[in-house]
Design a protein around this ligand. Structure first.
Ligand SMILES: Nc1nc2c(ncn2[C@@H]2O[C@H](COP(=O)(O)OP(=O)(O)O)[C@@H](O)[C@H]2O)c(=O)[nH]1
Ligand SMILES: [Mg+2]
Length: 383
């Protein structure tokens, strides 16, 4: 059982006798989790986890992700390099669309109204938003480029403006060590990448030596429950799960109770995301929050909205809805690797000013990183 939970290979050494996370199957089919307060360093577990298959039929995590430790709170140079190449690859579609477009508009052409209009179309087409696009156009038209303006100048202005918009929102997800547990509620529409993001986040927290309990609050689909269990095994985190159709707020309550008793560092609560019936979904989320507050009035300490970058403009609407009802405190944008319209992150930052904690650029366990505005800006402008 411990081996399965720790994602241990058969040839790997057994975990320390005082392993921090234990789980046992209970009579009602739920997986009960016990999280002790002094975890062993999880680096080895996380590395092993990186060698497994991605859940949910995704690409093999091991093939995509090398076992490079990327922390949400720090970054060694080697890790940074690994992340940068991942970011560059992940944002390739967006950056090549923008920079190829800029090159074709600004090569051997005068700077006139038509050129600027073409640029504006390009920027809006990449979902950067009207506000940011207009500001870039304004900066260019106000600048005195007597000898004409080249693609590189435009790329530099683009990077500066995107960096300026993103800087105030780039705020890492900080786990408050004084809370036991720090509760992170993860919300978002179906398929946005909630469960995958939870898995990636859990891996990073475990590498930092934190004990983490995961609650399989999307009780609507068996596959969703199994998917979180797989991530629990890969990352060495205990998972509290119940059978399909169980009450998710009851599960969240029990998970928090258990995490408090075990003095776990972090509890991450997964949720369902069917937006077909917005009202029911939102009421359910409100109930999850309400019941957890009976145990800890300050919970959840973070409510993270996971957004799929490939949904484009619809993501703006999702922020609106979830912010009103679930009290979203921060965002993670996933699948930036799957779109040429990664500019949507800029539009969202400009419109809502909500913290962006991290971005996802792939399905692998290491494809989540703290969000660095300058890196993002320079990468999409290929500076
Ligand atoms: N390419 C890519 N795929 C992702 C990313 N994040 C999640 N996915 C995939 O998106 C699909 C839905 O993710 P899932 O976590 O199940 O979404 P949920 O319904 O919100 O929990 C899965 O196939 C994931 O592997 C990402 O950053 N990039
Ligand atoms: Mg899910």
């Amino acid at each position: 059982m411990l081996g399965r939970l720790f994602g241990r290979r058969s040839d790997a050494p057994p975990p320390a006798a005082n392993g921090d996370v234990q789980a046992e199957d209970t009579a009602d089919g739920a997986t009960a989790a016990t999280v002790a307060s002094s975890p062993e360093p999880a680096d080895a577990d996380a590395r092993r986890a990186g060698e497994g298959e991605a859940p949910d039929g995704g690409a093999p995590g091991g093939a995509v992700a090398r076992p490079v430790a990327v922390s949400l709170t720090d970054g060694e140079p080697a890790q940074k390099k690994g992340w940068l190449s991942r970011l560059t690859a992940g944002l390739a579609k967006t950056s090549s669309r923008l920079t190829d477009g800029i090159t074709s508009i600004f090569t051997k052409r005068k700077l006139d109204g038509e050129t600027l209009e073409d640029l504006e179309d390009l920027l809006i087409g990449a979902d950067l938003g009207v506000e940011t696009s207009s500001r870039i156009i304004e900066t260019i038209s106000k600048s005195r480029f007597e000898k004409g303006i080249g693609p590189e100048d435009v790329r530099r202005i683009l990077a500066a403006e995107v960096g300026r918009v993103l800087k105030p929102v780039a705020q890492p997800l900080i786990v408050d060590a004084s809370r036991r547990p720090h509760v992170i509620l993860v919300v978002g529409v179906n398929g946005s990448g909630k469960t995958t993001t939870i898995g990636k986040l859990a891996a990073q927290l475990r590498r930092e030596g934190k004990s983490v309990l995961l609650a399989a609050g999307d009780t609507f689909r068996a596959a969703a429950i199994d998917q979180l269990k797989v991530w629990g095994e890969r990352t060495g985190c205990a998972v509290l799960a119940r059978e399909v159709g169980s009450d998710s707020s009851g599960l969240a309550y029990d998970a928090l109770k258990q995490a408090i008793e075990a003095k776990a560092d972090v509890l991450i609560v997964d949720t369902a995301g069917r937006l077909q019936n917005k009202q029911v979904l939102m009421e359910e989320l409100e109930k999850v929050i309400r019941v957890m507050r009976k145990l800890d009035p300050s919970a959840p300490h973070d409510c993270v909205l996971v957004l799929d970058a490939t949904t484009g403009q619809n993501a703006l609407n999702q922020v609106e809805v979830f912010r009103q009802r679930a009290g979203v405190s921060g965002l993670v944008m996933t699948k930036l690797d799957g779109t040429a319209k990664g500019g949507i992150l800029v539009a969202i930052a400009a419109r809502f000013a909500l913290p962006v904690h991290a971005i996802g650029v792939g399905e692998g366990i290491d494809d989540l990183s703290p969000f660095d505005p300058d890196e993002f800006a320079q990468t999409i402008a290929q500076i």
